[in-house]
Design a protein around this ligand. Structure first.
Ligand code: HEC
Length: 190
């Protein structure tokens, strides 16, 4: 015959098991949080895109000077490549931030730095264009990301020539989007 303590333990086990079953049967609530586009495009440009691109474009002089490169310690070169890679990764992910739904160019009441300059769109016009031409904006963000993935590849191969070429593609990607979404009427610099 089971002792009272064993019966009690068995009962407790049964109770906890049924509690588990009950819990599992309850519908799991969907997570209440997700990505929220808080910063404006202008803020993203100033806080993420511009500083990250400055890192990527600022390659040490010895990268393209084989004689000078010979005098650089391998640890120093590794550190320089690693620093560049941080900028390239940040810039690559910035493209995803640009592509987020609900991002405005400036917050309500805000102005572009050069608002009113001839040939430039106003903040209100850009916000409107971001809605009507969103597909095109996403293509430009993707072009920037592709250029950055090429940059990361060049960095991983420690190939200065490929890095220079990819850096040029980043520059073109910035310019392509700006020409359409920022200053479509700006005079072309020859
Ligand atoms: C997908 C579109 C897009 C891409 C790609 C893009 N930009 Fe922009 N950028 C904009 C828009 C729109 C504005 C205008 C809003 C503004 O004045 O900030 C802007 C503005 C800027 C500004 C001015 C910020 C200010 O002070 O108002 C800088 C600097 C800038 N971009 C740098 C860059 C650089 C560098 C790159 C490439 C590495 C780049 N952008 C790529 C859309 C883009």
């Amino acid at each position: 015959m089971a002792k009272p303590i064993q019966i009690l333990l068995a009962a407790a086990l049964l109770a906890s098991l049924s509690a588990c079953e009950k819990k599992a049967a309850e519908p799991v609530a969907a997570p209440a949080v997700g990505p929220v586009a808080k910063a404006s495009i202008q803020e993203l440009m100033k806080s993420v895109v511009e500083p990250a691109s400055a890192i990527v474009w600022k390659t040490p002089d010895y990268f393209n000077d084989p004689e000078a490169a010979k005098k650089i310690k391998p640890e120093q070169a590794d550190a320089d490549w690693a620093a560049l890679r941080k900028g390239a990764v940040a810039l690559s992910e910035a493209s995803n931030l640009l592509a987020m739904e609900g991002r405005v160019v400036v917050h309500p009441g805000g102005k572009l730095e050069n608002e009113g300059q001839e040939g430039n769109l106003t903040a209100a016009q850009i916000n409107e264009k971001l809605k009507t031409d969103r597909a095109q904006f996403l293509v430009f963000a993707k072009v920037l990301q592709d250029a950055n993935l090429q940059t990361i590849d060049a960095i991983d191969k420690k190939n200065p020539d490929a890095l220079l070429e990819a850096g040029g593609k980043i520059d073109e990607a910035c310019e392509a989007c700006h020409k359409v979404f920022w200053y479509p009427g700006a005079p072309t610099i020859q």
